[in-house]
Design a protein. Sequence first.
Length: 249
Amino acid sequence: MGVPSLGRGWGECNPENLKNNRLRTTTYLEYNGVKLLIDTSPDLRTQLINQNIRNIDGVLYTHSHADHLHGIDDLREINRISRQSLNFYAGRLTYKAIKRRFEYLIASVKKTNNVMQRPSLVPNVIKPNHPFYIKGVKITPIKLKNHCPECLGYVFDDGEYVHIADFKSLASSAYKMISKQPKLMTIPLTTIKGEVQHASLEEIMAVIKQINPQKVLINHMTNECDYDNINQLTPDFVRPAYDNLIVEF
């Protein structure tokens, strides 16, 4: 819901700490010259303006929940700047949800929509454990379990960077797709104690231990997760993220 939320305000978060003021989660990644978005939160317009992001090579979707998807219409400004379509990548069920909710933005490979009137996005359906490439960058989707019917994480170049979205557990096959020690991993925490569809801090730390990345960023925190508190509960190589955080790795 973002922090502060409309219904519950700041919750457990200290309002005097600016790092507790959170938009919904979108990740921007520049990797080997390729510019990618992972998910399009309802706050996407503000996020792109804040970071002056005007060009994208592709969008990777983890799943179809509103907080990860419903800023998709704001990609029309990226289309207007480039005057061409933009590829997005999603699992089969996520693509079906996008087509059902936002059919007007779907373009064909051969024809760009009128970008002054509507978005122009070209779908690419992907499968867990089946790598694909964007301008030479190898990306392997991995299966995240027990959050929704379909949720994907992404492994870049066999593990240089690992992006995990909402999950309760990872499929055993997901670990096999990570053959390198990650330089950086992003992982979500919704509440410290966890929920039926969200991993707890203890469960997240167990996944981190198994994957063994050099550095970890925790995102997706609700107003039950105070920045300083999470920082104190985690080891030095694991840190909570905050809005407009930039990390080089």
